[in-house]
Design a protein around this ligand. Structure first.
Ligand SMILES: Cc1ncc(COP(=O)(O)O)c(C=O)c1O
Length: 382
């Protein structure tokens, strides 16, 4: 058996060692972490729903109605009326024939790619796509062709080389950079090459588009142009799980074939009830998206004035590029000393030499909290 300790020691020497912090409060701007009060700017709870009382109430009512566990996979006896209603509501929300729930976005991405593609087929991806899309491609046995981030000519060239069934998978909003994929242009490339376009909208749903419809609503693309949509529920929705939405035939095919759907226990029905409550809030409370827009605008203006390198991101994901893992760790710990929590993001999550602070905003952040962040950043000024 191999000795694992040298590997761990090497990770420490490379400033790449990671450990989870222990949260002792609900997920909200003011948190308690490892015994200390901190102001957090690193959760994906963009709309401030993870600790919303109405969502929590629906969760509790769901437990009273359905109990704690779903007890089985969807195709055994795990699929409750609550799951079914949420699937219908998500299909309507995304303007597609059907939606199918998964226990996580990671599993949903594996499901789509391994179901639609196999040996002899080709998956084309942006280099900054989420790890779960890359893993889906690997697991499918299809050929994976990647293109430089946001480079449409390179995407076209890779699609031109594709053989067999073709699928282009892309993040709608890039998780570590916050920029948007040019979905209309990619949809057009896919149409010309008869390829599926799959959009992973983990960071767009709830945040972009009228009523929070996400990247596809933002770009006004329909189900024909982008036939596969994957959305996660653990971010703007404030609960957990994920879904794929698309045509009746796509969803039925996933039900028959996707191993990460078939061979796993369904999410608790109470999570589905909580998510139904957050879906209503997402659609009705546009002020949450407007508030995010204000925070992002104020933050960018101030951070640029402080001379930080800030890639162009219109979303609540605002990366401050530090470069090396050592520098970003130093920034993150200096912020922590001032009571500000922003996790250092290092390779392999982001490419080498692009380690960064990934600052994220929530509609619940106040102007005073934003100012505290800016004051702390001023002391780090590059
Ligand atoms: C772009 C993207 N896709 C998929 C996932 C996976 O979703 P989940 O956390 O539900 O597994 C994430 C983040 O976790 C993500 O950022």
């Amino acid at each position: 058996m191999k000795d694992l300790r040298p590997l761990l020691e090497q990770a420490r020497r490379d400033h790449l060692y990671r450990s989870p912090r222990v949260l002792e409060s609900p997920q909200q701007p003011e948190v308690r972490v490892d015994g200390k009060p901190m102001l957090s700017f690193c959760s994906n709870d963009y709309l401030g729903l993870a600790a919303d009382e109405r969502v929590a109430r629906a969760f509790r009512a769901g437990i009273d109605r359905w109990g704690s566990g779903s007890g089985a996979a969807h195709l055994v006896t795990g699929h409750s009326r609550a799951h079914q209603q949420l699937e219908q509501e998500l299909a309507e929300f995304t303007g597609r024939e059907r939606a199918l729930l998964f226990s996580s976005g990671y599993m949903a991405n594996l499901a789509v790619i391994t179901t639609l593609l196999g040996r002899g087929d080709t998956v084309v991806q942006d280099r900054l796509d989420h790890a779960s899309l890359v893993d889906g491609a690997r697991l499918s046995g299809a050929r994976l062709l990647r293109f430089a981030h946001a480079d449409l000519d390179a995407a076209k060239a890779q699609l031109g080389k594709a053989t067999g069934e073709k699928l282009l998978a892309v993040d709608g909003v890039f998780s570590m950079d916050g920029d948007l994929a040019d979905l209309p242009a990619l949809a057009e490339l896919c149409r010309k090459q008869d390829a599926w376009l799959m959009v992973d909208d983990a960071h767009g749903l709830g945040v972009l588009g009228a009523h929070g419809g996400g990247s596809l609503a933002h770009w006004r693309l329909d189900a024909q142009q982008a036939p596969v949509l994957m959305g996660t529920l653990g971010k703007a929705f404030g609960t957990a799980g994920a879904f794929v939405s698309g045509s009746e035939a796509l969803i039925e095919t996933l039900i028959q074939k996707a191993r990460t759907y078939i061979f796993t226990t369904a999410l608790p029905a109470a999570v589905a009830e909580a998510t139904r409550a957050s879906l209503k809030i997402i659609q009705q409370e546009s002020w949450r998206r407007e508030r995010l827009g204000e925070l992002v605008e104020k933050f960018r203006e101030a951070a640029i004035a402080l001379d930080f390198e800030l890639p162009p991101s219109p979303t609540p994901i605002q990366p401050l590029i530090a470069g090396s893992a050592a520098t970003v760790l130093n920034w993150s710990s200096k912020l922590a000393e001032q009571g500000i929590l922003v996790t250092a993001i290092r390779p392999p999550t982001v490419p080498k030499d692009t380690a960064r602070l990934r600052i994220t905003f929530s509609a619940s952040h106040t102007d005073a909290q934003l100012q505290r962040l800016l004051n702390a950043l001023e002391r780090l000024r590059p």
